[in-house]
Design a protein around this ligand. Structure first.
Ligand code: Z5A
Length: 208
Protein backbone atom coordinates (compact mmCIF):
# COMPACT_ATOMS: atom_id res chain seq x y z
CA UNK A 1 0.00 0.00 0.00
CA UNK A 2 1.41 3.42 -0.94
CA UNK A 3 0.93 6.03 1.75
CA UNK A 4 -0.40 9.38 0.58
CA UNK A 5 -0.52 12.83 2.08
CA UNK A 6 -3.44 15.08 1.13
CA UNK A 7 -4.11 18.55 2.55
CA UNK A 8 -7.38 20.44 2.43
CA UNK A 9 -7.12 24.21 2.34
CA UNK A 10 -9.33 27.25 1.96
CA UNK A 11 -10.82 30.09 3.94
CA UNK A 12 -12.82 29.78 7.11
CA UNK A 13 -16.21 28.14 6.67
CA UNK A 14 -15.44 26.69 3.22
CA UNK A 15 -16.29 23.19 4.46
CA UNK A 16 -12.84 21.64 4.94
CA UNK A 17 -13.68 19.74 8.13
CA UNK A 18 -16.97 18.47 6.66
CA UNK A 19 -15.24 17.28 3.50
CA UNK A 20 -12.31 15.75 5.34
CA UNK A 21 -14.69 13.50 7.27
CA UNK A 22 -16.65 12.60 4.13
CA UNK A 23 -13.48 11.79 2.20
CA UNK A 24 -12.26 9.67 5.10
CA UNK A 25 -15.45 7.58 4.97
CA UNK A 26 -15.19 6.99 1.23
CA UNK A 27 -11.51 6.08 1.32
CA UNK A 28 -11.97 3.69 4.27
CA UNK A 29 -14.81 2.00 2.38
CA UNK A 30 -12.25 1.35 -0.37
CA UNK A 31 -10.08 -0.52 2.14
CA UNK A 32 -7.52 2.21 2.80
CA UNK A 33 -6.18 3.12 6.23
CA UNK A 34 -7.04 6.80 6.69
CA UNK A 35 -5.61 9.18 9.28
CA UNK A 36 -7.61 12.39 9.73
CA UNK A 37 -5.72 15.27 11.24
CA UNK A 38 -5.58 19.05 11.38
CA UNK A 39 -3.39 22.11 11.70
CA UNK A 40 -2.53 23.86 13.81
CA UNK A 41 -2.51 20.70 15.94
CA UNK A 42 -2.67 17.01 15.19
CA UNK A 43 -0.09 15.93 17.80
CA UNK A 44 0.10 16.60 21.53
CA UNK A 45 2.76 19.28 21.22
CA UNK A 46 1.13 20.91 18.22
CA UNK A 47 -2.26 21.00 19.95
CA UNK A 48 -0.63 22.90 22.84
CA UNK A 49 0.77 25.41 20.34
CA UNK A 50 -2.71 25.64 18.73
CA UNK A 51 -4.13 26.93 21.99
CA UNK A 52 -1.40 29.59 22.14
CA UNK A 53 -2.09 30.62 18.56
CA UNK A 54 -5.87 30.77 18.52
CA UNK A 55 -6.67 32.23 21.93
CA UNK A 56 -6.00 35.60 23.48
CA UNK A 57 -6.00 39.12 22.13
CA UNK A 58 -5.80 39.85 18.41
CA UNK A 59 -2.32 41.38 18.88
CA UNK A 60 -0.98 38.61 21.12
CA UNK A 61 1.52 37.55 18.42
CA UNK A 62 3.13 39.45 15.56
CA UNK A 63 3.01 37.89 12.09
CA UNK A 64 6.63 36.74 12.54
CA UNK A 65 6.01 35.12 15.92
CA UNK A 66 2.88 33.49 14.48
CA UNK A 67 4.81 32.10 11.51
CA UNK A 68 7.42 30.57 13.82
CA UNK A 69 4.78 29.02 16.08
CA UNK A 70 2.88 27.52 13.13
CA UNK A 71 6.15 26.14 11.74
CA UNK A 72 7.11 24.61 15.11
CA UNK A 73 3.67 23.03 15.47
CA UNK A 74 4.03 21.63 11.95
CA UNK A 75 7.41 20.05 12.73
CA UNK A 76 5.94 18.16 15.67
CA UNK A 77 2.81 17.18 13.73
CA UNK A 78 4.86 15.85 10.84
CA UNK A 79 7.37 13.95 12.99
CA UNK A 80 4.88 12.39 15.39
CA UNK A 81 1.85 11.75 13.23
CA UNK A 82 2.06 12.39 9.50
CA UNK A 83 5.34 10.73 8.52
CA UNK A 84 4.84 7.53 10.58
CA UNK A 85 1.36 7.11 9.05
CA UNK A 86 2.57 7.61 5.48
CA UNK A 87 5.44 5.18 6.09
CA UNK A 88 3.04 2.40 7.11
CA UNK A 89 0.94 2.98 3.98
CA UNK A 90 -1.90 5.15 5.32
CA UNK A 91 -3.65 8.02 3.59
CA UNK A 92 -3.20 11.12 5.71
CA UNK A 93 -5.89 13.80 5.29
CA UNK A 94 -4.88 17.07 6.91
CA UNK A 95 -7.25 19.99 7.50
CA UNK A 96 -4.71 22.72 6.54
CA UNK A 97 -0.91 22.47 6.19
CA UNK A 98 1.92 24.64 4.83
CA UNK A 99 -0.18 26.57 2.29
CA UNK A 100 -2.21 28.07 5.16
CA UNK A 101 1.00 29.58 6.57
CA UNK A 102 1.76 30.95 3.11
CA UNK A 103 -1.73 32.42 2.68
CA UNK A 104 -2.31 33.75 6.21
CA UNK A 105 1.16 34.78 7.38
CA UNK A 106 2.56 35.80 3.98
CA UNK A 107 -0.22 36.62 1.49
CA UNK A 108 -2.50 38.33 4.00
CA UNK A 109 0.04 39.45 6.65
CA UNK A 110 2.91 40.67 4.53
CA UNK A 111 5.76 38.25 5.30
CA UNK A 112 7.73 37.03 2.29
CA UNK A 113 6.59 33.72 0.82
CA UNK A 114 10.27 32.75 0.55
CA UNK A 115 10.63 33.18 4.32
CA UNK A 116 7.67 30.90 5.04
CA UNK A 117 9.16 28.32 2.69
CA UNK A 118 12.56 28.71 4.39
CA UNK A 119 10.97 28.04 7.79
CA UNK A 120 9.33 24.97 6.29
CA UNK A 121 12.65 23.77 4.92
CA UNK A 122 14.28 24.13 8.34
CA UNK A 123 11.39 22.72 10.38
CA UNK A 124 9.96 20.06 8.09
CA UNK A 125 12.63 19.40 5.45
CA UNK A 126 10.32 20.99 2.90
CA UNK A 127 7.84 18.09 2.99
CA UNK A 128 4.84 18.78 0.71
CA UNK A 129 1.51 16.99 0.35
CA UNK A 130 1.01 14.73 -2.69
CA UNK A 131 -2.03 16.84 -3.42
CA UNK A 132 -3.58 19.97 -1.94
CA UNK A 133 -7.30 20.55 -2.45
CA UNK A 134 -8.33 24.18 -1.98
CA UNK A 135 -12.06 24.62 -1.35
CA UNK A 136 -13.26 27.86 -2.90
CA UNK A 137 -16.49 29.60 -1.98
CA UNK A 138 -17.83 33.11 -2.65
CA UNK A 139 -17.15 35.37 0.34
CA UNK A 140 -20.82 35.78 1.31
CA UNK A 141 -21.42 32.00 1.28
CA UNK A 142 -18.32 31.33 3.41
CA UNK A 143 -19.37 33.99 5.92
CA UNK A 144 -22.91 32.58 6.06
CA UNK A 145 -21.61 29.05 6.72
CA UNK A 146 -19.18 30.21 9.42
CA UNK A 147 -21.88 32.35 11.00
CA UNK A 148 -24.45 29.53 10.95
CA UNK A 149 -21.95 27.39 12.86
CA UNK A 150 -20.32 29.89 15.25
CA UNK A 151 -22.68 32.88 15.50
CA UNK A 152 -20.63 35.97 16.32
CA UNK A 153 -17.86 34.05 18.08
CA UNK A 154 -14.52 33.69 16.28
CA UNK A 155 -10.92 32.89 17.17
CA UNK A 156 -7.89 35.25 17.04
CA UNK A 157 -7.35 34.73 13.32
CA UNK A 158 -10.87 33.98 12.05
CA UNK A 159 -12.07 37.29 13.54
CA UNK A 160 -9.86 39.45 11.31
CA UNK A 161 -11.38 41.90 8.87
CA UNK A 162 -12.85 41.05 5.49
CA UNK A 163 -9.87 42.41 3.53
CA UNK A 164 -7.59 39.97 5.37
CA UNK A 165 -9.75 36.98 4.42
CA UNK A 166 -10.02 38.26 0.86
CA UNK A 167 -6.21 38.33 0.63
CA UNK A 168 -6.08 34.78 1.99
CA UNK A 169 -8.53 33.58 -0.68
CA UNK A 170 -6.61 35.30 -3.48
CA UNK A 171 -3.32 33.81 -2.23
CA UNK A 172 -4.68 30.28 -2.53
CA UNK A 173 -5.79 31.00 -6.10
CA UNK A 174 -2.28 32.30 -6.91
CA UNK A 175 -0.56 29.24 -5.40
CA UNK A 176 -2.79 26.92 -7.43
CA UNK A 177 -1.89 28.78 -10.63
CA UNK A 178 1.82 28.51 -9.80
CA UNK A 179 1.76 24.81 -8.82
CA UNK A 180 -1.07 23.21 -10.81
CA UNK A 181 0.12 19.61 -10.37
CA UNK A 182 -0.08 19.71 -6.59
CA UNK A 183 -2.62 22.41 -5.79
CA UNK A 184 -6.16 22.15 -7.20
CA UNK A 185 -9.06 24.54 -6.73
CA UNK A 186 -12.35 22.82 -5.91
CA UNK A 187 -15.71 24.57 -6.15
CA UNK A 188 -17.20 24.18 -2.64
CA UNK A 189 -20.70 25.36 -3.59
CA UNK A 190 -23.61 22.93 -3.51
CA UNK A 191 -24.57 19.96 -1.37
CA UNK A 192 -21.77 18.32 0.62
CA UNK A 193 -22.03 15.06 -1.40
CA UNK A 194 -21.55 16.98 -4.65
CA UNK A 195 -18.42 18.62 -3.27
CA UNK A 196 -17.09 15.24 -2.07
CA UNK A 197 -17.53 13.85 -5.59
CA UNK A 198 -15.46 16.75 -6.98
CA UNK A 199 -12.71 16.04 -4.46
CA UNK A 200 -12.65 12.35 -5.38
CA UNK A 201 -12.39 13.19 -9.07
CA UNK A 202 -9.35 15.29 -8.29
CA UNK A 203 -7.71 12.40 -6.45
CA UNK A 204 -8.53 9.77 -9.08
CA UNK A 205 -4.96 9.48 -10.39
CA UNK A 206 -3.59 8.81 -6.88
CA UNK A 207 -6.16 6.19 -5.84
CA UNK A 208 -5.18 2.50 -6.03
N1 Z5A B 1 -3.91 29.25 10.27
C1 Z5A B 1 -2.88 30.12 9.96
O1 Z5A B 1 -3.04 31.34 10.06
N2 Z5A B 1 -1.68 29.61 9.55
C2 Z5A B 1 -1.45 28.27 9.46
O2 Z5A B 1 -0.34 27.84 9.09
C3 Z5A B 1 -2.54 27.38 9.78
C4 Z5A B 1 -3.75 27.91 10.19
C5 Z5A B 1 -2.33 25.90 9.69
C6 Z5A B 1 -7.41 27.60 12.33
O3 Z5A B 1 -8.75 27.63 12.55
C7 Z5A B 1 -7.00 29.04 12.02
O4 Z5A B 1 -5.58 29.10 11.92
C8 Z5A B 1 -7.55 29.47 10.70
C9 Z5A B 1 -6.34 29.64 9.80
C10 Z5A B 1 -5.20 29.80 10.75
N3 Z5A B 1 -8.21 30.73 10.90
N4 Z5A B 1 -8.98 31.24 10.06
N5 Z5A B 1 -9.70 31.76 9.40
P1 Z5A B 1 -9.67 26.36 12.74
O5 Z5A B 1 -8.90 25.10 12.57
O6 Z5A B 1 -10.39 26.52 14.02
O7 Z5A B 1 -10.76 26.60 11.62
P2 Z5A B 1 -10.65 26.72 10.06
O8 Z5A B 1 -9.51 25.89 9.56
O9 Z5A B 1 -10.65 28.14 9.67
O10 Z5A B 1 -11.92 26.03 9.48
P3 Z5A B 1 -13.37 26.19 9.92
O11 Z5A B 1 -13.78 27.56 10.28
O12 Z5A B 1 -13.55 25.17 11.02
O13 Z5A B 1 -14.18 25.88 8.64
P4 Z5A B 1 -14.22 24.65 7.66
O14 Z5A B 1 -13.59 23.44 8.29
O15 Z5A B 1 -13.72 25.02 6.35
O16 Z5A B 1 -15.79 24.40 7.50
P5 Z5A B 1 -16.78 23.33 8.19
O17 Z5A B 1 -16.69 23.36 9.68
O18 Z5A B 1 -16.66 22.03 7.54
O19 Z5A B 1 -18.15 23.95 7.71
C11 Z5A B 1 -18.61 25.20 8.19
C12 Z5A B 1 -20.14 25.17 8.35
O20 Z5A B 1 -20.74 25.03 7.06
C13 Z5A B 1 -20.65 23.98 9.18
O21 Z5A B 1 -21.76 24.37 9.91
C14 Z5A B 1 -21.04 22.94 8.12
O22 Z5A B 1 -22.03 22.07 8.56
C15 Z5A B 1 -21.50 23.83 6.98
N6 Z5A B 1 -21.27 23.24 5.64
C16 Z5A B 1 -20.17 22.54 5.25
N7 Z5A B 1 -20.30 22.16 3.97
C17 Z5A B 1 -21.49 22.66 3.54
C18 Z5A B 1 -22.18 22.60 2.28
N8 Z5A B 1 -21.66 21.96 1.23
N9 Z5A B 1 -23.34 23.25 2.18
C19 Z5A B 1 -23.88 23.90 3.26
N10 Z5A B 1 -23.28 23.97 4.48
C20 Z5A B 1 -22.10 23.36 4.61
Amino acid sequence: MTGRFISLEGGEGAGKSTQLRALGLVLRARGLEVVETREPGGSEGAEAIRTLLLTGDADRWSARAEALLFAAARTDHLEKKILPAIQRGAWVLSDRFLDSSRAYQSGASGLADADILALHRIGSEGKLPDRTLVLTLPEADAEARAHARDGDVSDRIGGRERAFHRAVAQSFVDYAAAEPDRIRLIDARGEPEVVTARLLDTLADLLP
